[in-house]
Design a protein around this ligand. Structure first.
Ligand SMILES: Nc1ncnc2c1ncn2[C@@H]1O[C@H](COP(=O)(O)OP(=O)(O)OP(=O)(O)O)[C@@H](O)[C@H]1O
Length: 615
């Protein structure tokens, strides 16, 4: 352990920000939210405040002692003063060193290493835990980058506010009261000057506060919009390039930037006006202090030393008036940021586990949709009065025109959205009565849009079963015809095979490679219910046929729902269900549906060029 470790570690390990248990964040207002974090970090914040107040009290004492030194030296001469009053000099020396540096070191280290680093990390972590619990619909309504930027803005805002509340305000109060008391001992006139000054500063600040709050909220929203828009753009840069849309996108970004600059400048106007008013009040305070001081000296009310000390005290108080305004500005900036970002962190998720929810224990894997109804928006039903029972182990193909509601049905089965009416049962148990995690653990989904995290291929495949062995992973990738191409992968950092990174959202892989990784991932998860949503659409016919064979083997023991536009890929299913505008319009074996000559037969004819006997 190095010397620096020995000195700083004890402070740095006082709080482990990532081990603080998650508690839902209060949504009643920014100050209640602040109180939530004050309670979390109280053991650090209160000592910081006490130490800061002690240092300020010592500073006042030292300034006041300067007055005594000036008077003592003028009355007794330097040697006489040292001979008689050396205890005062010793006390001053001990306070100057080591007391002040030691107190300051402890306060600064707590404030920097704990309140400055661990506190924002804890806030971001707790915020992330809150966001993570949100419904999928919540994310659809916001830019992903906007959510992330709000979390980091809140962390900075809370840290700033708590820093002000515990590190700046307590010593300021001590300074103000101390200055008043000390000036009061010299004469009520000087103390009155300080009181008038303080009242004037407070009035100016109170007047500015509502404007700060209003403007700050707007600015905070604008700032998060900028980050959100930029993240959205970079995430979709390929599409932008396809359309050679860099210039038009720059125009759109420019607009958001311009509005943000405007909003920030308007916020700062309030600050600047207030600051000018405070500078004027300060100047008047100086003149008043000088005049009163001279008058008191000429009438013998105070000595030269006391006059010097009084001026010094007044000067320090004024210096802090500037920071008082900055403080209010920052507080309201932070309150604005909190007000804007709070809904992201404090909106309770609408899809939650029932209080008595139990883990889903699968038996046969039978799925029943009972007269279900659903809409994303109030006015437009997406699924209406649909009933369908899929026996345990049955393989059902879902077919329908684009927008018929196939993916929605799967999302409802996964309980990513709650039904408006009806119920979905798995083995006779309502999915609202089981925990969401156990429900989703029992369903493997391969969707049309494959999501890969910017991690190694191995980590992406292991996602559904983190403790899988390498043999199990290889078994899954072989079945998904992915092993060979994975072994040949190599990334920019020189990592290869399963350790190679896949690029943001898997951008460095082909569509078919991504899909094969997604298939391997779900094969490894080995859930009893399997949902294939256009699972092989990105593959060439040869790979598709090979994987279909392996999938058929894997599907043997499972209940399967397969969505496909290419009807040949689901021709071997036990049953086909045809959806149209959120309703089941046909169901039966492929042969029965062809005989029915309805929507399925029409789609089949389109795809096969009319050769009905072609399956
Ligand atoms: N997140 C959403 N918010 C609002 N409406 C949505 C959302 N997702 C889908 N929809 C709408 O719900 C309807 C059904 O969509 P869904 O994705 O279930 O269709 P689908 O049958 O799977 O289509 P496709 O074959 O094109 O994938 C569509 O009208 C679609 O616009």
């Amino acid at each position: 352990m190095t010397f620096s470790d020995r000195v700083f570690r004890p402070f740095e390990t006082l709080i482990q920000p990532l081990d603080i248990p998650y508690r839902p964040l209060p949504s009643t207002g920014p100050f209640v939210l602040l109180w939530h974090f004050i309670r979390m970090f109280g053991p650090i914040l209160f000592p910081i405040a006490i130490l800061a107040m002690l240092v300020e009290a010592i500073n006042l004492f030292l300034i006041w002692s300067l007055g005594s030194i000036v008077d003592g030296v003028s009355a007794k001469g330097a040697a006489g003063f040292v001979n008689e009053d050396w205890p005062l000099l010793v006390v001053m020396a001990v306070l100057l060193f080591p007391t002040i540096p030691l107190f300051a070191f402890i306060a600064n280290t707590l404030s920097s290493q704990v309140a400055g680093v661990c506190l924002p990390a804890a806030i971001q972590w707790q915020g992330h835990k809150a966001v993570e619990r949100q419904d999928i619909a919540f994310f659809h309504d916001l830019f992903a980058g906007q959510v992330a930027s709000r979390l980091s803005q809140v962390a900075t805002a809370v840290q700033q506010q708590l820093g002000i509340a515990f590190q700046t305000i307590p010593p300021f109060i001590i300074q103000f009261i101390g200055t008043l008391v000390l000036l009061g001992t010299l004469g009520w006139q000087l103390a009155l000057m300080a009181v008038i000054w303080m009242v004037a500063i407070a009035l100016i600040t109170i007047k500015a506060v509502p404007h700060f709050a209003e403007r700050s909220k707007k600015t905070a929203r604008q700032r998060s919009l900028v980050v959100g828009a930029m993240t959205d753009l970079y995430a979709n840069i390929q599409m932008v390039k396809h359309f050679a849309a860099e210039d038009s996108e720059a125009g759109a970004l420019r607009k958001v930037f311009t509005e943000t600059i405007d909003s920030q400048q308007k916020e700062r106007r309030v600050y600047l006006t207030t600051r000018t008013a405070i500078i004027s009040v300060n100047a008047l305070f100086w003149i008043a202090m000088l005049a009163t001081g001279f008058w008191s000296m000429t009438t013998g009310g105070i000595t030269t030393g006391q006059f010097v000390a009084a001026l010094y005290l007044g000067n320090r108080l004024q210096g802090n008036a500037g920071s008082f305004l900055d403080m209010c500005h920052q507080v309201f900036q932070a309150v604005g940021t909190l007000r804007d970002a709070m809904p992201v962190m404090t909106t309770p998720p609408t899809i939650t586990d029932a209080p008595d929810a139990s883990p889903l224990v699968m038996e046969t894997g039978e799925i029943s949709f009972n007269d279900i109804g659903f809409s994303y928006h109030m006015d437009k039903p997406v699924i209406e009065g649909m009933s369908l029972t899929i026996r345990g182990g049955e393989k059902v193909g879902l077919v329908g025109l684009s927008g018929a509601g196939k993916t929605t049905l799967v999302n409802l089965l996964l309980r990513l959205y709650d039904l408006k009416s009806g119920s979905i049962l798995i083995d006779g148990l309502d999915i609202r009565q089981v925990t969401q995690s156990s429900l989703r653990e029992n369903i493997g989904v391969i969707s049309q849009d494959v999501s890969l995290l910017h991690r190694s291929v191995g980590d992406n495949i292991r996602y559904g079963r983190p403790n899988a062995t390498h043999e199990e992973i290889e078994h899954a990738t072989t079945a998904a015809h992915a092993n060979d191409f994975i072994l040949a992968l190599r990334d920019k950092e020189g990592r290869s095979g399963y350790d190679a990174f896949v690029g943001d959202r898997g951008i460095k892989l082909s569509g078919g490679q991504r899909q094969r990784i997604a298939i391997a991932r779900v094969l490894l998860k080995n859930a009893p219910i399997l949902v294939l949503d256009e699972a092989t659409s990105a593959l060439d016919s040869e790979s598709e046929a090979a994987i279909q064979e392996n999938l058929a083997q894997v599907m043997r023991q499972k209940t399967v729902i397969a969505i496909a536009h290419r009807l040949s890929t689901i021709a071997s299913m036990d049953r086909i269900v045809v959806l149209d505008k959120g309703r089941i319009v046909e169901t039966g074996t492929p042969a029965e549906l062809l005989a029915l000559d309805g929507l399925y037969a029409r789609l089949w004819k389109r795809q096969t060029g009319g050769y009905i006997g072609n399956n």
